[in-house]
Write a protein that binds this ligand. Structure first.
Ligand SMILES: [Zn+2]
Length: 74
């Protein structure tokens, strides 16, 4: 059940990628490019870590952000 929530969360942020053109650009840094990848949004994900109910969701979102940011710096 918890893994399922993580998957949903990471897929939700992936919608951001689908709205961008081109959908996938290996040279583009997603962080701060998509609305759900802005520093404001990332700040919200950290706040979501605090309540137990949304913690799993927040972990999923942050895993996605971390994976995207690795693309930025490599
Ligand atoms: Zn992303």
């Amino acid at each position: 059940m918890q893994v399922y929530l993580i998957l949903i969360a990471t897929m939700l942020v992936d919608l951001d990628h689908l709205l961008a053109t081109p959908v996938f650009d290996p040279n583009r840094c997603s962080i701060n490019f998509h609305p759900l990848h802005s520093y404001d949004a990332i700040g919200c994900y950290f706040i979501l870590l605090i309540p137990k109910k949304s913690r799993i969701l927040a972990i999923g979102l942050l895993i996605h952000i971390i994976a995207d940011s690795i693309d930025c710096y490599l």
